[in-house]
Design a protein around this ligand. Sequence first.
Ligand code: NAD
Length: 296
Amino acid sequence: MAKIGFVGLGNMGAPMARNLVKAGHQLKVFDLSETAVAGLVAAGATQAATASDAARGVEFVMTMLPAGEHVRAVYRGEGGLIAAADKGTLFIDSSTIDVPSAREAIAAAEAAGMQMIDAPVSGGVGGAEAGTLTFMVGGSDDAFGKAKPLLEKMGKNIFHAGAAGNGQVAKVCNNMILGISMIAVSEAFVLGEKLGLDAQTLFDISSTASGQCWSMTSYCPVPGPVPTSPANRGYAPGFTAAMMLKDLRLAQDASKTARTPTPLGAQAAQLYALMEAAGEENLDFSGVIKLIRGEI
Ligand code: NAD
């Protein structure tokens, strides 16, 4: 069983860390929130005094932090994870962050004699709890091979997307598709409704026709056709509009860096930004249909 340091025990990190403990691994955990740490200690982990303490004397260090700035602050510098860890430690960063920060962190870890992969996830809190996340991994074949058995304790689909940073590339591209397709489905259902076509009928037709997509068949933004979708519970998340906006802004940053136009991605980011401006960013992102209906 592996010795693992785990930093960042929020909505995602806590259930992921619990699944590693359940699988029999020895975890040293740290978070700025004492309550979050106490929850993991109750589940069988050991408390680390600081992030760098979590990185000492372990074979793997996992991080699940909010954004690029947190990852840069936690990994780099004198008090950072890279300076504290033993040579040969393998770092796994599962935070969703910008591609340059991911690539810089991996280069810094490798320069210090460590290994590191970027391994962002999709599947949300439900997937983290059930251990069914999808991992999109960037990094060397060797590091991927070593990390895979651990990732399999937290996820169901583990993809090696290529070199350092490519996990983040896959994540922003996927979520840009999702953010755009949710708006497309929402516009179609509102238009159908205004023209007298009931939502269930449109769903029955489109879900078996060429308009079919995940945003419709698994996460339909109108109540009724998909009973488990957030539309049936007042758009309680799920995956908040704020998180979708974060990912679409990362996609826009990437689009600028790569000098590649993503006009619909840009429009989608603006629509979720309008939800935020209206104070509705904590609704599920499928609540964008309310914006299209003129309800927010
Ligand atoms: P969260 O805000 O619930 O958790 C982040 C945790 O990091 C918090 O507990 C915070 O105290 C801790 N933290 C921040 N700075 C720290 C530091 N310097 N040292 C130690 N701990 C620190 O966020 P989350 O929902 O768990 O998401 C984590 C990452 O996963 C984000 O990048 C997010 O975009 C991504 N993600 C989230 C979801 C989701 O549905 N929540 C889905 C996929 C990906």
